[in-house]
Design a protein around this ligand. Structure first.
Ligand SMILES: [Zn+2]
Length: 184
């Protein structure tokens, strides 16, 4: 290789590097912003017993609402537990029925709805502690836990979190909805 060609090669590499460096920095910034919208893994599966669920994030619901949680089908009375250490606040509403807002020590909030009943009263809880029981109170059809994860004001899709925490035995993500009753 002549010295001229070596110089040209070096110039090309230099140009490429100067183009890449700011773009790599951009990518890091985007990653950092995205991480603010994510939730760390759950310390426990929200339902302490057999359950089945699919990824129904964004599915249409009544009055033009979109589904912002994971519906975990389980037998009525199956214990529901805190997914993190934090503060559990028990509330009742027309939509959620007997519901719980769990504020984790790390700041994220988790919403549990349609409970048949609560366990005890609003209090500080540890991950895995029983806080209620599966039911169908509020705007619900069939016994199930509606579970949401909210790192900030808005909910994020909790399916990957629940899927990771509850294990493959509960995973029905790829089974057509029409077959689900057969597998329960
Ligand atoms: Zn739901």
């Amino acid at each position: 290789m002549s010295s001229t060609r070596k110089y040209r090669a070096a110039a090309v590499i230099g140009l490429a590097a100067s183009w890449l460096v700011p773009h790599v920095a951009d990518a890091h910034e985007r990653t950092a912003l995205t991480e603010l919208d994510t939730v760390a893994p759950l310390a426990a599966c929200p339902v302490a017993g057999p359950s089945s669920f699919i990824d129904s994030w964004g599915d249409a619901r009544s009055s033009g609402r979109r589904h912002e949680g994971v519906d975990m089908e389980a037998d009525r009375g199956t214990p529901v537990v805190a997914v993190r250490d934090g503060s559990a606040e028990f509330k009742r509403s027309n939509l959620g029925g007997n519901a719980i807002w769990l504020t984790a020590a790390t700041g994220e909030r988790f919403y549990y709805a349609h409970l048949d009943d609560w366990a005890g009263e609003s209090r500080d809880v540890r991950a895995g502690e029983v806080i209620g029981y599966v039911g169908q109170t509020g705007n619900a059809r069939g016994d199930h836990l509606h579970f949401e994860a909210r790192p900030g004001d808005a909910a994020v899709n909790a399916f990957p979190l629940v899927d990771a925490a509850c294990g493959p035995s509960a995973r029905l993500g790829h089974v057509p909805v029409v077959l689900r009753p057969l597998l329960r």
